[in-house]
Design a protein around this ligand. Structure first.
Ligand code: XIL
Length: 359
């Protein structure tokens, strides 16, 4: 069977899309019953290369986030040379599909262009950060639902105050880099919800407990000093082989975030399955049960606005490159399988989203 050409799809989009779309309501429809959203990361390459995936993106999602296209290395590859082409392709797809977009991410110690790593210093840091956030958040002003203003700032083992990670930004500006980032974003695009996004806060294990404690201390300090952080992104890169999933710990953590007046977004959910049996039915059931337990602890809190997975289908996941299974089999970390069929993980997310939040 040959795939329809891109032009054929463009010529008759409604027909082509309707024919392939699954009938039962998607995850966004389920999330919106309680005023929440469901969405996914999307790689810009999929726009041209994978029309079948796009059908399912429209069916399941209410919001998208670029997997790479909104990172600094993409947006300002050379100093002062801004390139929004890929980000705008995603924006256009979202707009014509009726989907919202999140921005990910303004300040991160990864995906920094080479020139920035060379230029960033105590002398240049403030100007570089103000100019970048002002330009980029200004460019998208009014068009993004959220910005991940600072990504992955925590690493208590490094030693700086508040459990902050020792990054080029920390070295240039000290802990005040967070204040500057959130204030700059608030100025440039006041309507986008300002998020601090973090990983490794999911399990009842020592190093993650330290991260939760330090993150809460940091956020309390930022809030007390008028830093306009409004939400925390829990990335939720889960590991189905991890036994230390303690729902009470998660509930407490989300309640503590809410107690600081913060909203919570599950920003990058996926479930690694290395260590689980190769058998697909067994694996899929374990992945689904694991995610269900995590979500059922987090989602009842009304501070939680919604859930995004880091991709929609197992055909595109960063995990096989980053954390491959020891037996070399492809992982099954996302709601749809590689043939775009709904998996037990899809049902787990749907069921958890459908439960009403606590009053
Ligand atoms: C990852 C992308 O999925 C990869 O394609 C890219 O090579 C590196 O970044 N936490 C984040 C995301 O906040 O930006 C990362 O995305 C995954 C971990």
């Amino acid at each position: 069977m040959s795939l329809p050409t891109r032009r054929a799809l463009l010529a008759a989009p409604a027909l082509a899309l309707a024919a392939a779309a699954p009938a039962a309501p998607g995850l966004q429809a389920r999330a919106s019953r309680h005023g929440r959203f469901y969405g996914s990361a999307l790689n810009v390459d999929a726009l041209a290369a994978d029309p079948a995936l796009l059908v399912h993106i429209r069916q399941e999602c209410g919001i998208l986030v670029g997997e790479y296209s909104f990172k600094w290395a993409e947006l300002e590859p050379q100093p002062g040379v801004f390139d929004y082409a890929k980000a705008e392709e995603l924006m256009a797809f979202a707009a014509r599909s009726g989907l919202r977009m999140r921005g990910h991410t303004l300040i991160w110690h990864e995906a920094m262009p080479q020139w920035l790593q060379e230029q960033l210093s105590p002398a240049t840091g403030e100007t570089l950060m103000r100019r970048y956030i002002g330009t980029v958040a200004g460019h998208f002003r009014g068009r993004l639902a959220h910005w991940d203003v600072v990504n992955e700032p925590m690493h208590p083992e490094d030693g700086p105050p508040f459990g902050l990670r020792d990054t080029p930004w920390l070295r240039a500006l000290g802990p005040g880099y967070l204040d500057l980032a959130f204030h700059s974003c608030a100025e440039a695009d006041p309507g986008a919800l300002r998020v601090l996004n973090e990983f490794g806060i999911d399990y009842a294990i020592d190093w993650q407990e330290r991260r939760r404690v330090k993150l809460l201390e940091l956020l309390a300090h930022l809030r007390a000093h008028g830093v306009p952080v409004q939400a925390v992104g829990m990335q939720a890169h889960l590991d189905a082989a991890e036994r230390a999933l303690d729902q009470k710990v998660l509930e407490r953590f989300v309640a503590d975030l809410a107690g600081l007046g913060l909203k919570v977004i599950v920003t990058e959910l996926d479930v690694r399955d290395d260590g689980l049996p190769a058998d697909i039915a067994v694996r899929d059931a374990a992945v689904a049960a694991h995610a269900r337990a995590w979500l059922d602890a987090v989602l009842p809190n009304p501070a939680v606005l919604g859930v995004l997975t880091w991709g929609l289908s197992d055909r595109h996941s960063w995990l096989d490159a980053r954390f491959p299974r020891r037996d070399g089999l492809p992982q099954r970390p996302l709601p749809l399988d590689a043939q775009l069929r709904r998996k037990p993980l899809w049902a787990a997310i749907a069921a958890s989203l459908e439960q009403p939040p606590a009053p």
